[in-house]
Design a protein around this ligand. Structure first.
Ligand code: FE2
Length: 210
């Protein structure tokens, strides 16, 4: 059984970029709903793994779509909260910055490509910044509940939720404005740097608390 983790900041701390109303609904209703359904499906099983990462991978391997969708959404939202910060952190530093510059030329181009990919994504999903085993970083947009943790070649560094429930109360249909706020202000670069350091050491990085 998994719990709804607390937000790592006050629900009003991201205002005006993300409102208390959005976070109360997104965390308190949407994320909570995925956890509740996940626990319901797990209660029917005798082989439920103890970590959420393993539940996601098991559901994928068994092609159990209901379990996968709820387990992956539970994990993705936990990772999304960690990807946000109330204290704008400017720019990535160190090895992650070097990897972004190698892949995208410079930070401005990275933001431009991230916004274009996020805006261009059709319907619901997630915009991930990931690292592969070589340390190269890339942007990947995934549909619905899809998550890079089912691919052992990839480590997620940061994510932006592209589902309308993430931005509709604050930005209506203007997903691009929400992406601007994420890329310029909300993104937790210190967390992404820690994930990148873990990836370079072959470690798992952040895991959903049990
Ligand atoms: Fe969401």
């Amino acid at each position: 059984m998994f719990k709804l983790i607390d937000l790592p900041f006050d629900a009003a701390a991201l205002e005006p970029h993300m409102s208390r109303d959005t976070l109360n609904t997104h965390h308190g209703k949407h994320h909570a709903g995925y956890i509740k359904k996940l626990n319901g499906f797990l209660a029917e099983r005798t082989n439920a793994p103890s970590s959420l990462e393993e539940v996601v991978r098991l559901a994928k391997a068994e092609n159990d779509k209901k379990l996968f969708n709820n387990a992956a959404q539970a994990w993705n939202h936990g990772f999304f909260w960690m990807s946000l910060t109330p204290q704008s952190q400017g720019e990535p530093q160190g090895e992650l910055r070097a990897a972004i510059e190698k892949a995208f030329g410079d930070l401005a181009n990275f933001s431009q490509e991230a916004k274009a990919k996020g805006e261009g994504h059709f319907a619901s999903g997630w915009l991930w910044l990931v690292a592969d085993k070589s340390g190269a970083v890339q942007l990947v947009d995934m549909h619905d509940a899809d998550t890079p943790i089912v691919d052992d070649k990839l480590t997620p560094l940061s994510v932006c939720d592209l589902w309308e429930h993430a931005y509709y109360l604050d930005y209506k249909n203007e997903r691009g404005k929400f992406l601007d706020a994420y890329l310029s202000t909300l993104i937790n670069w210190r967390f992404a740097e820690a994930q990148y350091a873990a990836a370079r050491k072959g470690e798992q990085g952040w895991s959903y608390p049990t």
